[in-house]
Design a protein around this ligand. Structure first.
Ligand code: ZN
Length: 346
């Protein structure tokens, strides 16, 4: 089969056309991939930074966001059938640790991620346990089904913080931040503010429903403006999506006392952060967000997609055949594209 392989400990991926098909165990489902999304994680793997070098086994098939069709199922599979159109939760847990057994499998200790720890979806075929497979509602188009992994990060963050009838600040409007704008709006946020350092994305955040989108390079005057517009208090909710330490600090400054902060953005290094002022005296609730709840987030995503209230068309900007993977990655890495898809079997 065709596949994009992390073939050496260095930059880039290699396209191979003679990779053996994956083995299908009794509990596995073999999926023929239709479309796959390029994620920030795939960029780290492409660029081979310190994180990738310490985590990724050389030789694996990369990729973890996809939509496809079930080709074949293992002998013990009961729920999924060949021909079904599916996506899947890419975090595979052994189901043995405390969190897996108490309804929090998304933070299990024994998690393996497709395209990171084991073979992923940048290939004609991928095998994954039946437990992880998400059969798709017929009215959800492939283009959206292919991005349910990052959309799930946005939904999990927004739903964990609780945004209904609340003012919200989203710091960082990359792919997931932009998704969080449309999700928060659909979930009933009263007013959405955004910050970033990328003017076109700030403009898009406004189109998707933000009342104000501030360029963080132009100083911190926006914090005063937010306070002025929120009874002098600050926003009810902070959704931190940038992983930039100045954004973390200013985000907490714009959060009202007793507010809720949900943190998804990964910080490149530990921030210098005033915990006394920002957390303890503020009396706020701070939530670390990882992955998607299994499978509550997936049901919520399906409901939101079926509601017709999510605007994803302007977020999924480009599609390339998988053979043009170099162009696809360049479009994503340069920032010209937001969410870039590769068409595998169309
Ligand atoms: Zn991803």
């Amino acid at each position: 089969m065709r596949a994009l392989i992390k073939h050496h400990a260095g930059e880039g991926l290699r396209f191979e056309s003679d990779r053996p098909e994956p083995e299908v165990g009794p509990n596995d489902v073999l999926i023929r991939i239709r479309k796959a999304g390029i994620c920030g994680t795939d960029r780290h793997i492409w660029e081979w930074d310190d994180w990738a070098a310490g985590r990724i086994p050389v030789g694996i098939v990369t990729g973890h966001e996809f939509v496809g069709v079930v080709e074949r199922v293992g002998s013990a599979v009961t729920r999924v059938i060949p021909g079904q159109r599916v996506s899947a939760e890419g975090h595979i847990t052994a189901g043995k640790d405390f969190n897996s057994r108490t309804g929090n499998a998304h933070i299990a200790r024994d998690t393996k991620i497709i395209g990171v720890d084991r073979d992923g979806c940048f290939a004609d075929l991928m095998a994954i346990p039946e437990e992880n497979v998400w059969p798709l509602h017929e009215s959800i188009p492939d283009k959206y089904a292919a991005v349910m992994d990052p959309l799930g990060n946005a939904v999990h963050t927004v739903m964990s913080a609780g945004v209904s009838a609340s003012s919200v600040l989203i710091s960082g409007v990359g792919i997931i931040g932009l998704m969080a704008v449309t999700v928060a709006k659909a979930a009933g946020a009263s007013r959405i503010y955004c910050t970033d350092v990328n003017p076109p994305r700030l403009a898009l955040a406004k189109k998707l429903g933000a009342v104000e989108a501030f360029d963080a390079r132009e100083g911190n005057g926006w914090i005063e403006q937010i306070r002025d517009e929120t009874r002098g208090e600050g926003v009810d909710v902070l959704l931190e999506m940038s992983g930039a330490s100045p954004a973390l600090e200013s985000g907490f400054e714009a959060l009202r006392n007793g507010g809720r902060a949900a943190l998804l953005g990964l910080l490149a290094k530990s921030p210098t952060f005033d915990f006394n002022k920002n957390v303890i005296f503020k009396g706020c609730t701070v939530l670390g967000i990882n992955g998607r709840r299994m499978f509550e987030t997936w049901y919520q995503m399906e409901e939101l997609l079926l509601s017709g209230r999510l605007e994803l068309d302007q977020i999924v900007t480009h599609e390339f055949p998988i053979e043009d993977y170099e162009k696809a990655f360049a479009t994503m890495i340069s920032g010209e594209g937001i969410k870039v898809l590769m068409n595998v079997n169309e």
